[in-house]
Design a protein around this ligand. Structure first.
Ligand SMILES: CC(C)(COP(=O)(O)OP(=O)(O)OC[C@H]1O[C@@H](n2cnc3c(N)ncnc32)[C@H](O)[C@@H]1OP(=O)(O)O)[C@@H](O)C(=O)NCCC(=O)NCCS
Length: 312
């Protein structure tokens, strides 16, 4: 049994952490036959950046107590990053390198991550994992975090995106000033998830690769959607189920206009409208994930998750 030590992550670990996550990801994809189809295989991801890891930088700044590495003989063998917003705890990443799996490193990192909180007591815990990895699913279930929602990563050609929208009063505008939209975004999040996650919005809106669009019908705000340059959509939230279909279609239209060959979304299995719209646009299932949480979330029928599962 090798000696394993655990310490907080540091800036200089970021490139190694990303490489470990990608190779560990690839192993699961390969072992379950998804390496050729998944858009999250490392061969289809952007090159490891030479400078700047904004997501990890935010993790260290806002959630340093939840960002840890395991080391074996001075080399990073596992990592975990959890974030906390109020009473919500979310596991963004837990990975152990293939050669060190099965040695309790994952469980030990999970023990450390479970202790992460800020002020208020944690009342819900959530994460996204592979739908087909019994090791991770059972590890989380042992900590009271249970399978709640199937997630299908779906993609289709941008040229097949349909542009018909039944609500002719639906308008969208790009958010340029986060402060001005803060209240609306938080209200929509409270309604759909039960939590405001302002830091996450602030982070997303600081990225050059994604834009937040606010939707209104007449004078009433009815939803928001993040649209990525690579054609992905999410997170997206609407005020009601009645507005969901049109906001989603409008978001796909904006995504198709970004110029990427495909549009993509993490489709929640229980959201019939999402499935119908995605299939109607000729989108195909390329990978399967699972949303797990300790308590059910209020409403996924008006909500689309963040594309990679690292955030709600
Ligand atoms: C999931 C992962 C983090 C677990 O870390 P690990 O260090 O390998 O796991 P541990 O050794 O701490 O514990 C694994 C446990 O799962 C159990 N397990 C293994 N196969 C299992 C199965 N088919 N069903 C149920 N439990 C299983 C093991 O028996 C062990 O429990 P035990 O100690 O009670 O016997 C690691 O395997 C990994 O990185 N996998 C690839 C990436 C991944 O799936 N990450 C999670 C994405 S969010």
């Amino acid at each position: 049994m090798p000696d394993v030590s655990y310490r907080k992550a540091r800036v200089e670990d970021f490139p190694v952490i990303l490489t470990l996550m990608r190779s560990s990801f690839d192993v699961v994809l390969r072992d379950h036959g998804f390496l050729d189809s998944s858009p999250f295989a490392s061969s289809r991801m952007p090159a490891v950046p030479q400078q700047g890891f904004p997501w990890f930088e935010m993790g260290l700044k806002e959630d340093g107590e939840g960002f840890w590495v395991a080391e074996v003989e001075g080399k990073v063998a596992g990592i975990t990053l959890s974030w906390v917003r109020g009473s919500l705890w979310y596991l963004a990443h837990l990975f152990v390198s293939q050669e060190h799996q099965g040695l309790n490193i994952g469980q030990n990192l999970m023990e450390i991550a479970m202790k992460h909180h800020k002020g208020p007591a944690i009342t819900n815990r959530a994460l996204v994992t592979f739908a087909y990895n019994p090791v991770s699913i059972s590890l989380y279930a042992r900590y009271g975090i249970y399978p709640r929602e199937p997630l299908y990563w779906m993609e289709g050609p941008s040229q097949h995106v349909k542009t018909d929208i039944s609500n002719t009063k639906l308008r969208s505008e790009k958010v340029v000033d986060f402060e001005k939209s803060r209240g609306v975004l938080s209200r929509l999040d409270e309604l759909n998830l039960g939590y405001a996650r302002e830091k996450n919005h602030e982070f997303l809106q600081s990225l050059p690769t994604v834009r937040c669009h606010l939707f209104s019908s007449g004078d009433n705000p009815v939803g928001y959607a993040y649209v990525w340059q690579n054609g992905r959509v999410g997170p997206l939230a609407t005020i009601s189920h009645e507005t969901f279909r049109d906001v989603l279609k409008a978001a796909f239209k904006l995504a198709a206009a970004e110029g990427a060959p495909n549009v993509g979304i993490a489709a929640t299995g229980s959201n019939e409208q999402l499935m119908q719209v995605a299939l109607d646009q000729k989108m195909r299932i390329l990978d399967n994930y699972l949303f797990m949480s300790s308590k059910p979330f209020p409403n996924f029928s008006n909500y689309v998750l963040y594309p990679t599962g690292a955030m709600l």
